[in-house]
Design a protein around this ligand. Structure first.
Ligand SMILES: Nc1ncnc2c1ncn2[C@@H]1O[C@H](COP(=O)(O)OP(=O)(O)OP(=O)(O)O)[C@@H](O)[C@H]1O
Ligand SMILES: [Mg+2]
Length: 500
């Protein structure tokens, strides 16, 4: 009997004990947020909670995304930008190193700035900044890009010449510029230095020559992308919806870095003129994808945006295959880290060291599939749950699939060489589906048709397309109506239909 009682007491004791193990995911109050003020990302892996992102309880709105090539970094960034624009009307500026966002931005109705296609950006443009501040910023860019800081005399000559360009045009260097007044260019600064050299009175002509040489790198005919009047209003890029700055056409890394630094400087200045915190949400998100020279340098304004962005509602997104390329001051301060698949032990060590997640999470990160992620959030207040959790999958926007019907196999040699008839037609998936429905083709047939086209990388010859319809007993009238909807002329339609 005593034994029974003892057991009874013991079981009560056991029942009263709180769990001492930590839960594997943050509580749902943290993961599930107001759908009108947060961005749906995906479902958590363990408890299948729908996670939506907001920075209202996080240290700041900045995001780092890391993962091996093909892990899904850019896909995630695109998803986030689109949803932020729906929810908060957030503007986006993508500093696009390799041009990988360009087709998507074009399809989404955004603006693409492409230096290979005749766009210029005058790095002496002020966009409201005092000339003296701009001169300092330009010199900082040169410090990052070149070894000019090891040559104080050349540095001083360059700085002086740029400053003088502004004075020569009537700018007051310590005052905000008058609206609309046109800025000088680097070519003006080069001319000033050249004049000085020709005067022949300067004590160290070799220094002068070297200073000129350095500036000329950015002003050569055909490569003077930053030394001519701008083709865009750089002051407006943070309020122009979706903007892709495609740097892939620039000659080398130095040019790309100079452009990125200049854009960040301008955005930082612009950010500081914003009114502080009225509406929720984000006014702008700046994306740096694979811009390691910019993200890793402590002098770059990426760090200033991280430090001050929250109060001005400016967010920075840094994406990289290599987490050690992101400066410590950025990496350890961003409010959210999305960690996609990482293979290298070295990188896993770095991540675990800075974010302090468990060995379980570490081993999961090595096994993640495309679009799967571990998420780390830095909260504003102390928390009692794990900061890192796993997402089953980043639930993105459906990509646009383009289908091509190639008519070159039904055109005659002379039609082909005359080049007057359109050779191929491209359709977005939904558009082609609608066109087929409109000519009374049944849903089953349409499904089969898409399967056939998918198996041919979404590119089919007109004959194969029509044969497929014929095989599925689609009436000739439907085929004709479909071809007519492409505005093909009657003789061509007859030729296609009668061909076996
Ligand atoms: N969450 C996802 N759901 C469905 N498809 C995805 C997802 N994430 C990525 N993908 C697909 O995987 C491919 C690679 O993704 P993405 O281009 O984003 O990789 P990345 O990490 O940016 O690679 P890189 O470092 O080479 O730029 C793309 O075709 C993309 O559509
Ligand atoms: Mg990418």
């Amino acid at each position: 009997m005593t034994l029974l009682r003892l057991q009874h007491i013991l079981s009560i004791e056991v029942a009263k004990r709180p769990f001492i193990s930590r839960p594997p995911e943050p509580p749902s109050e943290v993961l599930i947020n107001d759908p009108l003020q947060s961005i749906f990302i995906g479902t958590t892996k363990i408890f299948r909670v729908p996670f939506s992102w907001t920075f209202s309880n996080l240290a700041n709105p900045h995001i780092a995304v890391v993962g091996i090539t093909g892990a899904g970094k850019s896909y995630f960034v695109k998803t986030l930008l689109i949803r932020a624009s729906y929810i908060w009307n957030t503007n986006a500026i993508i500093i696009d190193w390799t041009g990988e966002y360009k087709p998507w931005v074009q399809q989404s109705g955004g603006v693409v700035i492409s230096f290979a296609k005749g766009d210029y950006m005058n790095i002496l443009d002020l966009a409201g900044t005092k000339p003296l501040d701009r001169v300092k910023q330009i010199m900082t860019s040169f410090d990052i890009l070149t070894d000019i800081s090891a040559y104080p005399e050349q540095r001083r000559l360059t700085e002086e010449a740029i400053e003088q360009c502004y004075t020569n045009l009537g700018f007051i260097v310590s005052a905000p510029p008058p609206e609309g007044k046109e800025a000088p260019t680097l070519k003006n600064a080069i001319s000033l230095l050249e004049e000085k050299l020709q005067e022949g009175t300067y004590e160290y002509p070799a220094e002068l020559e070297n200073a000129i040489y350095r500036l000329r790198q950015f002003a050569r005919e055909g490569e003077d992308y930053f030394a001519r009047k701008s083709t865009l209003d750089i002051g407006k890029i943070s309020e122009s919806g979706l903007v892709d700055i495609d740097l892939s056409g620039l000659p080398d890394e130095n040019f790309r870095t100079l452009a990125a630094l200049f854009i960040l400087q301008t955005l930082k200045e612009k950010m500081r003129t914003e009114k502080i915190g009225e509406a929720p949400g984000l006014k702008a998100m700046v994306v740096l994808d694979e811009a390691w020279k910019v993200a890793s340098n402590e002098k770059s304004d990426a760090i200033m945006i991280v430090r001050e962005g929250r109060k001005y509602q400016f967010g920075l997104i840094v994406a990289s295959q290599n987490p050690t390329d992101i400066h410590e001051a950025i990496y350890s301060n961003v409010g959210t880290n999305f960690i996609l698949r990482i293979k290298y032990e070295k990188f896993l060590n770095f991540l675990q060291g800075s974010l302090n997640f468990s060995n379980f999470i570490r081993s999961e990160i090595g096994k993640l599939g495309v679009g799967q992620a571990a998420v780390y959030m830095l909260f504003r207040t102390a928390i009692r749950f794990p900061e890192t959790f796993l997402l089953e999958k980043i639930h993105g926007e459906e990509p646009l699939y383009v289908y091509t019907i190639d008519f070159s196999d039904v055109l005659t040699q002379s039609e082909l060489s005359a080049n007057i008839i359109q050779k191929d037609y491209q359709f977005e998936q939904g558009e082609l589906r609608n066109n087929l429905i409109e000519v009374n083709i049944s849903a089953d047939v349409i499904e089969g048709l898409f399967k056939m086209m998918d198996s041919k990388s979404r590119n089919v010859k007109a004959t194969d397309f029509i044969n497929e319809l014929r095989m599925r007993d689609v009436p000739v009238q439907s085929m004709i109506s479909f071809l007519k909807s492409l505005s093909l002329d009657d003789t061509l339609i007859t030729r296609i239909i009668s061909r076996k």
